[in-house]
Design a protein around this ligand. Structure first.
Ligand code: SF4
Ligand code: SF4
Length: 187
């Protein structure tokens, strides 16, 4: 993280209210570092986990939405499990990703949101992920037509990828729920 001085006066109160509304209490962080030391992919982050929480507590939305970390986080929940203050850190990353998408911030890792949207599009349509459709959508949008082809063929021949999508009961409710989640971020 660069050393630009952050003053509490610069805090974006609207951003802090959005976190509070989702029960993400970043102010409780006392920077013990347990989250950062337990993160399995923290070496690849530009902001480490405790820095993300600290910047969130200071309302530094703009800085956070531009970071690589929010897109690389695998939402494994290890950090939240290790946090002595039960701060919902994986939930915080999720909110930051959604805010970045909704505010049109150019993602630092552009392929990740394309995958994210392909996945959500598939779940919204079928009630669950239809892997072949989801991957086809992702590949068309990224132009990476041949990447991981060998792995995909292996999965196909082992019966892990189905040619025909299978919807589930209640898919209309899931679609509605996903649409409602999107609207939450407009508030
Ligand atoms: S583990 Fe919790 S309290 Fe400790 S630095 Fe991370 S977020 Fe803050
Ligand atoms: S949820 Fe994200 S930030 Fe937390 S430990 Fe897992 S990968 Fe790291």
């Amino acid at each position: 993280m660069d050393n630009t001085c952050i003053s509490p006066d610069d805090r974006n109160e609207k951003f802090l209210d959005k976190l509070k509304a989702r029960n993400i209490e970043v102010q409780a962080c006392f920077q013990c570092g347990r989250c950062s030391s337990g993160c399995p992919i923290g070496d690849y982050f530009d902001l480490n986990v405790m820095e993300v929480v600290r910047l969130a507590a200071y309302g530094q939305e703009e800085r956070l939405l531009k970071s690589h970390t929010i897109w690389l986080c695998a939402a494994c929940e290890t950090c939240a499990t290790r946090c002595p203050n039960d701060i919902e850190i994986a939930g915080l990353m999720d909110v930051l990703r959604e805010l970045a998408l909704r505010k049109g911030v150019r993602p630092a890792e552009p392929r990740v949101p394309v995958f994210h949207q392909s996945f959500l599009g598939s779940v919204s349509r079928w009630g669950r992920a239809y892997e072949i459709g989801m991957i086809a959508n992702y590949k068309i949008k990224t132009g990476d037509l041949m990447g991981d082809m060998g792995l995909g063929m292996q999965m196909f021949f082992k019966g892990k990828l189905k040619l025909v999508p299978h919807g589930i009961e209640g898919k209309a409710e899931i679609k509605e729920m996903l649409a409602g989640k999107g609207k939450e971020y407009d508030r």
